[in-house]
Design a protein around this ligand. Sequence first.
Ligand SMILES: *Cc1c(COP(=O)(O)O)cnc(C)c1O
Length: 366
Amino acid sequence: MRPLVAHIDLDALRHNYQLACQCAPQSRSAAVIKADGYGHGALACARALAGETPAFAVACLEEAVVLREGGITTPIILLEGIFSADELALVDHHQLWMAVHSAWQVEALLAFSPREPIPVWVKVDSGMHRLGFAPENVSAVWQQLREAPQATSLHLMSHFATADATDSRYFQQQMALLQMLATTLNAPLCLANSPATLAWPVAHGAWNRPGIMLYGSNPLESATPVTDQLRPVMTLRSEIIALRDVEAGEPVGYGGRWQAPRRSRIAVVAGGYGDGYDRHAQDGTPVLVNGQRCPLVGKVSMDMFTVDVSEVPDASIGSEVVLWGRAANGAVLSVDEVASSCDTISYTLLTGVLPRVPRRYHGAFV
Ligand SMILES: *Cc1c(COP(=O)(O)O)cnc(C)c1O
């Protein structure tokens, strides 16, 4: 079989979730497992966290139904609420919680008769300018829902545009607005994503919504003592499938982007953009060969890429290659570091691992 496999360490996922909870001991943390658990497999992640988390957060009804049909009975919040009024029947049937960000969603809810009142998180646009009610309209929506028999357990929800940045001015502007609204409405808050969970205790509310940190990626611009404790959940592992020596000046791969500066040992690795490994990976993008860092050289192909293993004397056909994650010898290559070499973020790499890559689950909760 082709050796490329995404190994998912569910113990690491639980560890990272517990770390998110320790960052915010006064909050409940809804584990965000949208986009198929950031590419890790939402149902497997949910099963591993079901005994830990008081709620899961997903983007949409379809993602919640997968969890319910897989036997997950934990509360699930739909972060974008419904996409059409007819979804309310399934929201009710599966006893989901929902965000409302637009007037039409409120109207649809008020025209519906659920068996049980639906827990609702009212989303306010405090500066992200993506989803949510304008601050001046929130109070009317809040009053309307507070009196509605269809809704219960109202929370005020918002999202930060810059919680990961060292320059905190815009974050503080959003935060000040939210604190004012929370006081006016006497509303419990749900604000913090991973960076705010890690870096902004002031944003910790009744609920937080950590996502990427659960998968072991550090969303902040630099490491902290807490982010140093995050463990990679996904190890994208492959093997060397061919080796050759090239002379100084010889090009390797499409377009000859990389040319050997000296006689070099080139390993071909099973894995390419047809698996979700980023074609933007620059020369020098790190990989671990037998647990030792080596530079990717040459453009990534659909099914393969090439690595300079001149410094790894024991590299041979079948040697372990870790694209990100943890090598057999314990060495770790962070997906964040790979992402920065690809001029992207860990979120796109992790959600971008394609279905052709088999997932293999490890840990006590498989
Ligand atoms: C995805 C998402 C989160 C989680 O964000 P991370 O940066 O992955 O922690 C939180 N809240 C909302 C509304 C989201 O869409």
